[in-house]
Every structure is written in structure tokens, then in C-alpha cells.
Design a protein around this ligand. Structure first.
Ligand SMILES: Nc1ncnc2c1ncn2[C@@H]1O[C@H](COP(=O)(O)OP(=O)(O)OP(=O)(O)O)[C@@H](O)[C@H]1O
Ligand SMILES: [Mg+2]
Length: 249
């Protein structure tokens, strides 16, 4: 299934095969498989409790997994989030995970904690401000005093500070007005296009997400029940209605 408009034509970057994951004795993901091409925006859609967050946690080594996870041909370390981060995977967790009492700029600097190149870090702070000009205006303000949309920008900006090859976004639209979400997704797309950063975008908001993603997988109780290009899924009204409960057009 290639040839979507705008879909990057590259080989497999992230390969997920027969992935099973859970908490304690309970299993949440029951054998998931999908590939993500380099430079692609891949959406994972699904309702509450489908296992979207668990999937991202599995990718970044935060939960117990079985099965195969490979990034650019290398097996991802298991249960070692820092080692996964060092391979270029940045996770923007559900609820954002910004440090409320710290300023915007302090939060951004935290995203570069694995790096030693001071000059490069300063350049990257400016680069993040280039994507999010409002954060530059609020650079000395406590992150906790920002609007929800601005806090999400800080969270994404902080992830960009590690110069990731793969960025995992967990429901960035949560609690945001549609217009703000659209603005945020537009910036994610700009980053994706300019830097060829591969993106996995977890969302319940299928309608808007499919406008920005190249491919999408729909998760239901820990299994992928539908995969395709975003264009194909969007244009098939019946699929959209039955799997996603959205009206498209
Ligand atoms: N820390 C945890 N310990 C035990 N069970 C958990 C934990 N986190 C999630 N679960 C369970 O795993 C299942 C999937 O949850 P998950 O958070 O991955 O879903 P989700 O698709 O991200 O949902 P939402 O859209 O509400 O964020 C749920 O049944 C949930 O109760
Ligand atoms: Mg979730």
C-alpha cells in the first residue's frame, strides 16, 4: 500500500511484529504488527482503553514486552527507557509531563539533558522557538501558567531538543480546542517535513488526525483491526463510520 499523496517513499524505519505487552499479569496488547517508513506520520487511532498509550510505552521501553521491535534494523532495548531515548526516540506522554514550576526555557533545556554540546543546545532552543514563536515570548514564564495548547508546545519542543529520529505523541489534542489542535498538528507536520522526523501520533480525534497523517492503524482492545493510508480510510465513509464513529467528507 504505497503511493499516498505526500507519503514518503522510504524503507521500513520502525518494524513492530507480534508485539504483546501488559502490566503485571494482565495483557493489554495481543500481538500487534505494523511498519513505519522513515519520515512518515503514522496515526494510531482508537477509543478509550484500546491500548494506545500502552503501545507507546512498549515502544519506549516502559512496559514489559514480547515480540519484536526494531528501529532502523536495530532491536530496541527492553525495559530501558534511557537506552531507547539515546537511540533517538522521544516520548511526549499523555498529560504532557512538563515541569510546571520551571520556566519554558528550563523545560526545553531538560529535553537536552543527554547532550553535551552547549552551542548545539542553544541553537536548538532557537530552532524550537522558530517552530513555536509564542514560547519565545513566554520563555521566562513558568510552564504551569501557560494555556493547555502552549503547554503541549513545550512538551513537543522539549522532545525536539533531543533531536529525535522518532517522536511519539500521546494524545496531544487532549483538552484543546479544535483550532488549537489544528495549529499544533500543522507545526508537527512542518517539523516532519523540514527535519524528516518520523512521527507516531496517538489520537482519539480521528477526523483531524487523518488530515495530517500519512498512514493510520485503528486499535481495538489491544489488536489492530484496520490499517491503511489516511487517504483511503478517510475516503471510505463506511469504514470511517463503523470503525471510527466519524462522519467524513
Ligand atoms: N499502569 C497500568 N497498570 C495496569 N493497567 C493499566 C495501566 N495503564 C493502563 N492499563 C490498562 O491497559 C488498558 C489500555 O490502557 P491504555 O492507557 O493503553 O489505553 P488508551 O488507548 O491509551 O486509552 P485512553 O484513550 O483512555 O488514553 C486499559 O484496560 C487500562 O486499564
Ligand atoms: Mg492513552
Amino acid at each position: 500500500m504505497s503511493g499516498t499523496s505526500g507519503s514518503p517513499d522510504a524503507g521500513t524505519f520502525l518494524a513492530v511484529a507480534d508485539l504483546r505487552a501488559g502490566y503485571g499479569a494482565g495483557r493489554v496488547l495481543h500481538g500487534i504488527g505494523f511498519d513505519v517508513a522513515e519520515g512518515e506520520i503514522c496515526a494510531i487511532l482508537g477509543t478509550n482503553g484500546a491500548g494506545k498509550t500502552t503501545l507507546l510505552r512498549a515502544l519506549c521501553g516502559m512496559v514489559r514486552t514480547e515480540g519484536s521491535l526494531r528501529l532502523a534494523g536495530t532491536a530496541l532495548p527492553r525495559r530501558r527507557p534511557e537506552a531507547v531515548a539515546r537511540l533517538g526516540v522521544a516520548h511526549v506522554p499523555e498529560g504532557r509531563g512538563t515541569f510546571a514550576p520551571l520556566t519554558v526555557e528550563e523545560n526545553l533545556r531538560l529535553g537536552a539533558y543527554v547532550r553535551r554540546d552547549r552551542a548545539g543546545v542553544l541553537d536548538d532552543i532557537e530552532r524550537v522557538y522558530g517552530y513555536f514563536p509564542v514560547l519565545k515570548e513566554r520563555r521566562a514564564q513558568a510552564a504551569g501558567s501557560l494555556s493547555g495548547g502552549e503547554q503541549q508546545m513545550v512538551a513537543i519542543g522539549r522532545a525536539l531538543m533531543s533531536r529525535p529520529r522518532l517522536i511519539l505523541l500521546d494524545e496531544p489534542s487532549l483538552g484543546l480546542a479544535p483550532l488549537v489542535t489544528r495549529e499544533l498538528f500543522q507545526i508537527v507536520r512542518t517539523v516532519n517535513e523540514k527535519e524528516r522526523t518520523t512521527v507516531i501520533l496517538v489520537e482519539q480525534n480521528a477526523h483531524l488526525t487523518l488530515e495530517f497523517a500519512h498512514r493510520a492503524h485503528v486499535l481495538e482492545t489491544g489488536r489492530i483491526v484496520l490499517s491503511g493510508t489516511a487517504g483511503d480510510i478517510r475516503s471510505d465513509e463506511q469504514i470511517a463510520r463503523s470503525y471510527l464513529g466519524i462522519e467524513v467528507g
